[in-house]
Design a protein around this ligand. Structure first.
Ligand code: FDP
Length: 284
């Protein structure tokens, strides 16, 4: 597993270099969700693919930017599902973006995720790694290496509210829930990049990040294997919760297609309990 984390550290520096120096234009292709791919998306994907090609414990790669599974090593044990450059459309306005990695053993479903990691490319490069039975570990790039900063632990209740999805298409009870949080004093924080948005909430102690199902996109926008499940693991390890609109732990999701999406709610305990009430979800 350590080889995988070392490889993620190496690719983080390479992708950061590409963000800082490469062409920001569009490529000629679309990804499997039908979105236009930036040259940087394609390049970040290639950086990751090349780096893992020689890591023998990695059996397969599944990228948010590609259709299907890339088979690497027959004798490998793990499949890495990754989003090479999440929020890449924010690069041209110079906001933070990120890479997300979910490490699965066996069938690709939430309960088989055994570790996850993400990198934030902001004013500094930061990396968070989460493994079972441990608090997530925060690292910061200093020079050409990552230095351990400390473990991440969320409070019972936070102050920040990052509410995604087009408001025009929210259902009434979702709108009431979000309005009630603001009426309680929560402050809006939403950049449009899930990596920096979720990172901020976790490092500031807590709060809520939501991307609900809406009348135009009932299953939400965020992808289960590359985005939702890896972050759910990190939030739970930090002492928070991560559930869908029915109250199911996101770590219990079983995608039927690699690019399936899910409504998702990540937060500290207080906000998730409030969400369950607002959505009429009984405690199981
Ligand atoms: P993006 O499409 O720019 O890659 O992965 C999807 C994502 O970004 C998330 O990072 C982000 O939280 C979300 O989309 C933002 O979506 P909205 O523009 O609908 O708020």
């Amino acid at each position: 597993m350590n080889t995988i984390f070392q490889t993620i550290k190496q690719v983080a520096f390479k992708i950061d270099e590409a963000i800082k120096t490469e062409d920001l234009g569009y490529s000629d292709s679309e990804n499997s969700s039908g979105e236009d791919q930036l040259k940087l998306d394609v390049q970040s994907d290639l950086i990751i693919e090349k780096a893992f090609a020689s890591v023998s414990i990695v059996k397969n790669l599944v990228s948010e930017e590609k259709e299907g599974v890339l088979e690497l090593n027959d004798s490998g044990k793990y499949t890495i599902c990754y989003d090479p450059l999440d929020g890449s459309s924010l690069v041209d306005v110079n906001l933070s973006v990120g890479s997300i990695f979910g490490i699965y053993e066996g069938e690709l479903k939430g309960e088989n995720l055994i570790a996850s990691a993400y990198v934030v490319y902001g004013p500094r490069i930061e990396l968070v790694i989460a493994e079972k039975n441990k608090k997530p570990a925060l690292y910061r790039a200093i020079g050409s290496d990552f230095k351990y900063v400390g473990e991440i632990s969320m409070n019972e209740k936070g102050k920040l509210n990052a509410s995604g999805g087009t408001q025009q298409y929210w259902c009434d009870y979702h709108k009431t829930f979000i309005d009630d949080l603001f009426a309680e004093g929560y402050r809006l924080r939403y950049s449009g990049g899930m990596v920096p948005d979720l990172h901020q909430i976790m490092l500031k102690g807590g709060g809520l990040f939501s991307y609900p199902g809406t009348s135009d996109v009932p299953k939400g926008k965020l992808r289960q294997l590359f985005e939702v499940i890896p972050f759910a693991f990190i939030y739970e390890q930090a002492g928070g919760q991560a559930i869908n609109n029915k109250g199911l732990r996101l770590l219990e999701l079983v995608p039927s297609h690699p690019h399936d999406t899910s409504p998702c709610f990540f937060g500290s305990n207080y906000e998730i309990e409030a969400m369950k009430k607002a959505y009429g979800i009984e405690d199981k």
